[in-house]
Ligand binder design. Structure first.
Ligand code: SAH
Length: 342
């Protein structure tokens, strides 16, 4: 039995053809699933009995279980349980431009960034497309809202779960389904070069964000072990090619860690590194957790850093802080739950 939320419209067209039915039934099915949001085949009144019987034999509607929901004025953080008991998180943020959902792509993460909660608990497994799709469906239902933006910045490294993530993108992006525009979806990666190249070739219009966090190899390798495999120079070359191939602007994320990567020298080094690249830098105030020594840079230091970028014509924004009260640091809610602290 397969989960129905694992499949793209094209998959269903192939399925209907394989059972000698007309392809357009896939559109009807998609409409029931993602427009009318029904979760039983018996409600699909324009599909005939034999089709419904075949669907029932092959597909189920299993979703996730909401274990905890922590809320603040502008944010809701969800802890979900998967069918095998494993836990993941998603965070819904109300922005002035819409409702943005940050979803998880794996259970744990193998990238081991030294500041990140998700990596403290190693990857246990990849999420399947339905486990990403149902984060959206369930939160929309729970809050009675429509989500306008999705960012793949929760637990996990999306490009370490490439095929499932691409299928997920095809499903959310499908105009007859959830119909989220590609430009409203952002995939964030720590910099897995071969997958960035594959992504460029796939010519999706999805936004790409790179977790940079340091302007040189020495520092980056210290805080992000992936940098020992894919060096900064190669990463930057890859991004330049990505921009040439896709014509898309790239975002660089830069966490502000007090005394580590927030000096004026670092800011100037960053300016040099990114000179001439069609990008912008998102400065992220570090969301500190009890497990790491790192501290958030002072607001003053963040502004100083920002000013240097700005004066040197590097586009930058400072990310608004959400949900430190609701344990919104990537992977923090799950980590605390697993360790019995809740
Ligand atoms: N693995 C992907 C996506 C998940 S992490 C990636 O590395 O991009 C999403 C972003 O949150 C990354 O930029 C990550 O470095 C950052 N992050 C992790 N822990 C954080 C924390 N405690 N405070 C602020 N940002 C954090």
């Amino acid at each position: 039995m397969q989960n129905i939320y694992n499949f793209s419209l094209v998959d269903f067209e192939n399925y209907f053809e394989s059972i000698n039915e007309k392809k357009f039934k896939a559109k009807q099915l998609y409409e029931w699933l993602y427009r009318k949001r029904v979760s039983s085949f018996d409600e699909m009144s324009n599909l005939k009995k034999e089709v419904i019987t075949s669907l029932k034999e092959n597909y189920c509607f299993d979703k996730l279980k909401i274990i905890t929901k922590l809320s603040d004025v502008d944010v809701h953080k969800y802890l979900f349980e998967l069918s095998d008991g494993k836990k993941i998180e998603a965070v819904l943020m109300y922005h002035d431009y819409g409702n943005s959902l940050c979803i998880s792509t794996q259970v744990g993460c193998n990238m081991s960034c030294s500041f990140c909660e998700s990596g403290r608990l190693k990857k246990q497994r990849d999420l399947l497309p339905y486990e990403m799709i149902t984060q959206i469906l369930m939160i929309e239902e729970d809050l009675n809202i429509r989500i306008s933006h999705v960012v793949l910045m929760g637990i996990g490294e999306p490009f370490d779960n490439y095929d499932n993530v691409m299928k997920f993108l095809d499903i959310v992006n499908e105009p007859l389904g959830i119909a989220l525009g590609a430009r409203h979806i952002t995939v964030s990666t720590c910099g897995i070069i071969p997958k960035i190249e594959e992504f460029a070739k796939s010519s999706r219009q999805i936004n790409l964000a790179i977790s940079l966090h340091a302007p040189n190899d020495e520092l980056r390798s210290k805080i992000m072990p992936i940098n020992k495999v894919y060096k900064l120079k190669d990463l930057i070359e890859t991004i330049k090619r990505y921009i040439n191939q896709t014509g898309r602007r790239v975002t660089f994320e830069y966490i502000m860690l007090a005394g580590i990567n927030d000096s004026e020298e670092c800011a100037l080094e960053l300016v040099n590194l990114l000179k001439g690249i069609n990008c912008y830098v998102n400065l992220i105030p570090y969301n500190s957790t009890s497990h790491f020594e790192y501290k958030k840079s002072s607001n003053e230091q963040i502004l100083k850093f920002f000013d240097i970028l700005h004066k040197n014509n590097l586009n930058a924004t400072i990310r608004r802080e959400f949900g430190s009260k609701v344990k919104a640091a990537c992977g923090q809610l799950r980590a605390n739950f697993e360790e019995g602290k809740k």
